[in-house]
Write a protein that binds this ligand. Structure first.
Ligand code: FEO
Ligand code: CA
Ligand code: CA
Length: 639
């Protein structure tokens, strides 16, 4: 089975709104020069992505763009150097517990639990001393169990399940820039791992709820672990947010899954097979355990003794990540997408304003319950370019007891069902969101949805304008008033694609370097929008992706719409996460799953079949890693 989780999760059979089926998908594509469009067939004729009409000039892209590549190397522009840092298996630096990486995958579960996890994803740099020392926090989204264990999954044992669980989660490492290179500081008092068994507290309306209680946790307030941590967000109070994404693939239901399980995509194809040795993941025995995943989790990287928390007020979803904006009166607004076909975009507005540090408390401690109180909304995109945020508030119709929502706890646990009832817009797999620091527009990557317009599936609509959307697009909106506004205006920033494709819907309107499947979005301090791509390994180099090479990172000027290719990854890898030192002189980006097989897990007998990045050792194996990119002459990246 290919690792293409989009094909595993497609459970939205709700019949909510039909308005999109009669909308003109072309109307909402803003074109440079005010050109009009008559219909979907004209997508192939689009010549450039939308510029930002409000900005006279954008940030300068001062580097020479690079060409596509299918080689097993990581490429950056002339005048730049990329350094590999913190690959899978490196000890994170916990004093007295720093087992060396074993290149034959023979590290034990206990050793893996104090080493960098597998499949690095979202990341963020937290400065300790300006731009020369800080903490790097990374997600470890999932595992390739063919690569992780001696002998792969043959045989499949409790010890291998434990190692797989230890390779998931989040890492905190300390790094320092010394003599022209970044190095891990080991040991470090900050070094820490969160895995699939680390205790997490539960905050918000689902804390202590009946739907959260299990035999192991009759309080419903303490969950073992975090799973499938995908994208990340940094809060203004110094904490790290991480989305639990494709958690449904870890659970195994009965022969007749409940309607609730079906709506969340839990079915008899558990990819990870943990339930065979850890009954917590067997929903027949532990029916509420899945309700304890699918949350945005918050950790305080600066306090190694702090308890991480699942923030249930932000709603349960296949959460990609969480991106924070701040209203003029200091309240936090958290945007989050649900990366699954035909699912939703959310925002949460905190009740209270962000508190400053003081009275012996850090800012993180002063805001320890900020994300537990507020209003959650789901987005509805109208065909006329307007949009509304629909509140998921218990007691407001249709989220009432007679409709099956007993209280706010049930609303957030069943956020998908609540959004179905409210009429949220079913999107083409929302991934990262980013807020333009110079203009306030909120951008969301919609990575792809080849099922759009398929038999029995929703057709193209205004916000998701292409049937068979193999390429993905970036949508953006501006809130009316402030970030807490309940209405917004939206348009498409770019439809990804390759203008040389035969199929009109796969050509897109990229002004500059062609790309597909946008996933990571991040703004730097200058206002450059960085786009990381995730063409699944089963499609890389094939068909409509044939001319796009390996996954890549591109820089985009939001004012002109120009897209320029900055970095291309090794074979099979996804490029994800993008964070900068405060002075902009180092970019940290994660290279996930180099060498991932297009058709199955890695073959333990041939771990280097597709890639041997980054070590290229004759007896090694490919490893996800963070890459630190710098200009050889110094100065901000991209200038
Ligand atoms: Fe984990 Fe949606 O990418
Ligand atoms: Ca992603
Ligand atoms: Ca993705």
């Amino acid at each position: 089975m290919p690792k293409d989780f989009s094909t595993l999760e497609d459970s939205n059979r709700s019949a909510n709104p039909s308005i999109h089926e009669v909308s003109d998908p072309a109307r909402r594509t803003v074109l440079r020069g005010g050109m009009g469009l008559a219909g979907a067939a004209l997508f192939g004729a689009l010549t450039g992505c939308a510029g930002d009409a409000r900005s006279p000039s954008g940030p300068r892209l001062g580097f020479k763009g690079i060409t596509v590549s299918s080689a097993d190397v990581l490429i950056v522009p002339e005048g730049y150097t990329a350094q590999v840092l913190a690959a899978w298996g490196e000890p994170v630096g916990i004093a007295g517990a720093m087992p060396a990486w074993a290149g034959d995958a023979s590290n034990s579960a206990a050793e893996q639990a104090v080493q960098m996890g597998m499949h690095h994803d979202g990341l963020h740099f937290y400065a300790l001393e300006g731009s020369r020392r800080g903490l790097l926090v990374s997600n470890h989204e999932y595992t390739d169990d063919g690569l992780l264990h001696l002998g792969g999954m043959q045989p499949w044992t409790a010890q291998k399940v434990a190692k797989s669980q230890a390779a998931h989660g989040i890492s905190v490492i300390e790094i320092e820039f010394k003599q022209g290179r970044w190095e891990m500081v080991r040991p470090s008092r900050y070094a820490r791992r969160f895995t699939a068994s680390t205790p997490f507290a539960v905050g918000g309306p689902a804390a202590g709820h009946a739907l959260m209680k299990t035999a192991a946790d009759p309080t419903g307030r303490s969950v073992a672990g975090t799973l499938n941590n995908c994208a990340s967000g940094m809060t203004p109070w110094g904490t790290y947010l991480s989305g639990e994404e494709n958690w449904a693939n870890y659970f195994y239901p009965s022969d007749q899954p409940t309607a609730h399980e079906r709506r969340w995509g839990i079915r008899k194809n558990s990819w990870y097979r943990w339930h065979e040795h850890d009954l917590r993941f067997d929903t027949v025995r532990h029916p509420n355990e899945p309700n304890r995943f699918g949350w945005v989790v918050e950790i305080d990287p600066m306090d190694p003794t702090s308890t991480p928390v699942k923030r249930t007020a932000l709603g349960r979803a296949a959460h990609e990540g969480a991106t924070v904006a701040v209203t003029k009166d200091g309240r936090a607004v958290v945007y989050s997408g649900e990366d699954a076909r035909f699912e939703y975009i959310y925002k949460f507005v905190s009740r209270d304003s962000i508190r400053p540090a003081g009275g012996g408390m850090s800012a993180a401690q002063a805001n320890a319950d900020l994300l537990d109180h507020g209003v959650l909304y789901v987005a509805r995109f109208e065909a006329d370019g307007s949009g509304r945020w629909l509140p998921l508030v218990h007691g407001q119709r249709p989220l009432t007891s007679d409709q099956g929502f007993a209280d706010q706890g049930e609303v957030v646990v069943k956020a998908r069902q609540a959004s179905d009832a409210l009429g949220g817009t079913k999107m083409d797999r929302p991934e990262w969101l980013a807020v333009d620091p110079t203009g306030g527009w909120v951008y969301c990557a919609l990575t792809n949805n080849s099922a759009r317009g398929g038999e029995g599936q929703p057709g193209a609509d205004a916000a998701n304008p292409r049937a068979g959307n193999t390429m993905g697009h970036v949508i953006r909106w501006q809130e009316e008033g402030d970030f807490d506004g309940e209405r917004f205006q939206w348009n498409h920033f770019v439809l990804a694609g390759d203008a040389a494709n035969e199929r009109a819907e796969a050509r897109g309107n990229v002004k500059g370097d062609a790309f597909a499947c946008p996933d990571t979005l991040a703004f730097d301090a200058r206002g450059v929008l960085w786009i990381g791509t995730d063409i699944s390994s089963s499609r890389l180099g094939q068909g409509e992706m044939a001319r796009l090479g390996n996954n890549q990172l591109l820089a985009c000027d939001p004012a002109s719409g120009e897209v320029r290719r900055f970095l291309v990854g090794p074979v099979g890898a996804e490029i994800t996460g993008c964070s900068f030192t405060p002075d902009g002189s180092t970019m940290f980006v994660n290279v996930q799953h180099p060498g991932e097989s297009p058709s199955d897990r890695s073959d333990p007998a041939a771990p280097r079949r597709h890639s041997n990045w980054p070590d290229f050792r004759p007896d090694g194996r490919p490893r996800s890693a963070t890459v630190a990119v710098r200009r050889n002459v110094g100065g901000a990246i991209g200038t």
